[in-house]
Write a protein that binds this ligand. Sequence first.
Ligand SMILES: *[C@@H]1O[C@H](CO)[C@@H](O)[C@H](O)[C@H]1NC(C)=O
Length: 176
Amino acid sequence: MKGSHFFLCLFSVMCCLNLMLANGSKIFLFGPCRISMSLNEIRSGFTAIKANIQARDSIRTVSILSHPHSLHKIKSSDKCCIIHHLFNFYMDKVFKYCMTEDSYVNRKISSIANSFLSIKRKLVQCHNQNMCKCGQESTEKFEQILTNYEGLNVTSAAIKSLGELDILLDWMEKSR
Ligand SMILES: *[C@@H]1O[C@H](CO)[C@@H](O)[C@H](O)[C@H]1NC(C)=O
């Protein structure tokens, strides 16, 4: 009896693992905030349009996300704060201003935006549970990103931010 429970349990765990691997979900840690998500899906959607988006960005002298400091220097306790801000930023100020004349590109942008929305919901839960405390470092970092964004007009700033999505994805990839 006990034995069969054990195997049933083992079986369910293995099914769960398989499901997680099947849709590519992995656990990420942003300070105390644990989130299960599939970055590969976003990455492959972005890879499909990256060259197209970056070709629309004619301003080569500035960066939104990595000027003057890189995200990689942010300490662990500030990670949830910065990613929560950045997801709101991409939802409110980037995706909706990136629509192009190319419907394939637009579909890819919408699907990235949908993935962002579902991750954003999980970040909101962490935020509501007080896990996303904003230290001075993350506040300053995000203000700098907003300043960079506001230095350009809305369209150029949005296209540039989308073109830099790799920077955000690479940084998230390291938070596992
Ligand atoms: C935004 O800035 C870019 C680059 O400076 C320029 O080509 C474009 O015409 C501007 N768009 C608007 C709506 O002002």
